[in-house]
Write a protein that binds this ligand. Structure first.
Ligand code: BGC
Length: 717
């Protein structure tokens, strides 16, 4: 066992080759003829150096659950891991305790399955609703992103294993992600794209950071010394190590110099014969005087100082038996708190006795999460149909059977066969309007309420499209909604839409046809139970949007997405600067379909007694939230600040704090007190952070556009 104190001595005993091996992974474990992996399905492993008592360490994805193979060759045991809600849904809880609890569960699974570092959380910003990996990211807002990540990291690392903040930085699209050059001002970087990372680094001391594939202002992130050394280490005090994203380009020696300590997974030449063997490249560079050995030594020490804390280095005897039942309960709770009620004209909750007609194949092919490295392999996924059955809701079984039969037939045709790819199973969307008007009429006759499912999946390697069937509903989905609404409304019955999606879609053109809309995101293995309990009213929704739903794709301010030239983007200019999401909609008077922070409840809340007091270098804001309705519920109180007009342009308002209440019974209140440091009000002027003088407005509300209380304070110097 190597201890922290022994690191300098051990490094001094290493040969050049041994040092080079520490900074390069072993290649994809178990693939391309590499030795068998320690944990099958894990994404990476580090080199052991037996002579010096240094073991290897194991790294595995990802943000919604530990991604390892659930089955192994010649082994009857299974190695399933819990599928938690996707990150966007976790952020929709606005609940730090829940994020920490999810982190603790994941950390235990990481440890008990013999892994050392979890490749999560993913923290890129929702710059555009079409980014294929948005579901893996928290929010369009950096404060919410950073706070959620910090809580998650604390939870995971409390279990004695590490985390990895990724993808650092400005990796807000999948199109040409290995080569795209993201052009972005330092102000937008500091205030938006780096801010979440900064919060998480400062608050939770993550073991590692993963540099992103893309270039940042002309230089690959993995070779960007300004980003990895100046900002991350010098400005923020990061003390862990940095690794590349998998097979990132391009020059191992530049990576070493920039402060990218480790190259993953190693052996890039296995996927591209033009690439170098990184170990050899580093050895040669030192021998030929192109790389100062001191830099290599620095990086080796950065890595070992972290890895000495890992279970592998401590010789931990893992059980392969994490408490999956306990974790399932946390996954369920996190999901319940992340469901967002977008619209409710009295159709929800339906109660326990309503006869429910479920439409849409997503009731069976429920989407638990996205594809790619953010995918998971749980023991089970409770579909929405099965969740309702299990909770004994009265679903129309003949209608469910019609869906099952339709799916069995259509999925056996060549056109709609389920495709198994390296990035997971791809379910090509099937037409949803397979029932005739007469059939729907019959179901409307004998049921009390219709629930229509709209599903979307996306994932690593590609972005979504601003087209029908993706951002917009397909013609067949619209036809289904039209027919069902006509049939049910014609008989005085209500219609609910459920969105089982990972990132915003267009809702404005069809939302008037339904009475209620429930955004259930992709809620992991417990999806069906979560949805059933919210629909019946067993649980009250309390999620709020971590990302705006635009009226139309043409309203989205990131016009340059996914870059120029259009047919094969090489660069993407973040011309909208700091005006991302609500910062743009609010400042430029553009109405979103559902604004940032929005989410209804089955009860209602009142806000009272705002007090705003300045003390030294901070403002203390206190107020009360009262449950003014007739059911127990939780509220997310949001504190925005509007800055005075000063030297720098400012967004109309910015989220500065938030607080989720405990479960409040009708009539019950909670007093909330938060403190805002003056430095949290600063903007970056290109060189430094500045807090402008003048009168600030504190805006406390239930969403970014439902502000209930306003107070003021002045900063005079
Ligand atoms: C992804 C990372 C992931 C890594 C290892 C890459 O393709 O971008 O998020 O952690 O693979 O699986």
């Amino acid at each position: 066992m190597v201890t922290l104190e022994e690191v300098p001595d051990i490094v001094s005993k290493m040969t050049l080759e041994e040092k080079a091996r520490i900074v390069v992974g072993v290649g994809m474990p178990g693939m391309f003829g590499n030795p068998p992996p320690r944990v099958p399905g894990a994404a990476g492993e580090t080199h052991p150096i037996e002579r010096l008592g240094i073991p290897s360490a194991v790294l595995a994805d990802g943000p919604a659950g530990l991604r390892i193979n659930p089955r192994r060759e010649n082994d009857d045991k299974t190695y399933h891991a819990t599928a938690f809600p996707v990150e966007t849904m976790l952020a929709s809880t606005w609940n730090r305790e829940i994020l920490e609890a999810v982190g603790r569960c994941l950390g235990e699974e990481v440890r008990e399955y013999g892994v050392d570092i979890l490749l999560a959380p993913a923290m890129n910003i929702h710059r555009n609703p079409l980014c294929g990996r948005n579901f893996e990211y928290y929010s369009e807002d950096p404060l919410l992103t950073g706070e959620m990540a910090a809580a998650f990291v604390k939870g995971v690392q409390s279990q004695g294993v590490g985390t990895c903040l990724k993808h650092f930085a400005a990796n807000e699209q999948e199109t040409n992600r290995h080569l795209i050059d993201t052009l972005v001002s330092e102000r937008a970087l500091r205030e938006i794209y780096l801010k979440g990372f900064e919060i998480a680094v400062r608050k939770s001391k993550p073991w590692t950071v993963m540099s992103a594939y893309n270039k940042l202002n002309g230089q690959h992130c993995s070779q960007n010394e300004w980003l990895l050394t100046k900002v991350l280490r010098d400005d923020w005090g990061f003390e862990g190590f940095v690794m590349t994203d998998w097979f990132a380009k391009d020059d191992p020696v530049e990576m070493m110099r920039a402060g990218n300590d480790m190259i993953m997974p190693g052996k890039a030449y296995q996927i591209d014969p033009k690439r170098k063997d990184e170990v050899e490249a580093i050895i040669n560079a030192v021998k030929e005087g192109r790389l100062d050995e001191e830099i290599l030594i620095r990086n080796v020490k950065n890595i070992l100082r972290i890895l000495v804390n890992s279970p592998s280095f401590k010789g931990y005897k893992y059980s392969n038996k994490p408490d999956l039942d306990a974790h399932a309960r946390v996954a369920y709770e996190a999901g319940v708190e992340g469901v967002i009620l977008l619209k409710n004209n009295g159709a929800l909750p339906v109660g326990r006795d309503a006869r429910i007609a479920l439409f849409g194949t997503g009731q069976i092919e429920t989407i638990k999460g996205g594809t790619g490295s953010g995918d998971t392999h749980p023991r089970y996924v409770i579909s929405i149909l099965d969740g309702m059955r299990e909770r004994r809701l009265r679903v129309d079984e003949e209608l469910a059977e019609a869906h099952a039969k339709y799916l069995a037939e259509i999925r056996s045709t060549n056109e709609y066969r389920i495709e198994k790819t390296v990035f997971g199973e791809i379910f090509k969307p099937v037409p949803q309007d397979f029932l005739s008007e007469e059939e729907i009429g019959r179901f409307a006759e004998r049921n009390d309420v219709a629930i229509i499912l709209i599903s979307r999946i996306s994932g690593e390697g590609y972005d979504r499209r601003p087209e029908k069937g993706d951002f917009y509903l397909s013609d067949d989905e619209i036809r289904l909604i039209e027919r069902v609404s006509k049939a049910f409304h014609g008989r005085g019955k209500k219609v609910v839409a459920i969105l089982n999606i990972g990132s915003p879609i267009e809702v404005v053109s069809w939302r008037s046809m339904v009475d209620s809309i429930l955004l259930t995101w992709q809620a992991g293995q417990e999806t069906g139970r979560i949805v059933a309990d919210i629909v019946s009213g067993e649980r009250n929704p309390s999620g709020k949007l971590p990302t705006s739903f635009p009226m139309d794709y043409s309203d989205v301010p990131s016009w340059s997405f996914p870059g120029e030239p259009k047919d094969n983007p090489q660069r993407v200019a973040y011309d909208e600067g700091i005006y991302v999401g609500y910062r743009y909609y609010d400042t430029f008077g553009v109405e979103p379909a559902y604004e940032f922070g929005f989410g209804l409840s089955y009860t209602s809340f009142e806000y009272r007694n705002l007090k705003v007091e300045t003390l030294d270098n901070r403002v203390v804001v206190s107020f009360e939230v009262v449950n003014a309705g007739s059911l127990p519920g939780k509220e997310v109180a949001q504190i925005y600040v509007r800055a005075p007009k000063g030297r720098l342009d400012k967004p109309f308002q910015e989220l500065k704090e938030f607080h989720k209440t405990r479960l409040l019974n009708p009539g019950e209140k909670e007093k909330i007190t938060v403190e805002l440091g003056f430095n949290s009000l600063a903007s970056y002027d290109g060189e430094k952070w500045v807090v402008e003088k003048g009168e600030y407005e504190v805006r406390v509300g239930s969403s970014s556009r439902d502000i209930r209380l306003i107070g003021r304070f002045t900063i005079s110097q």
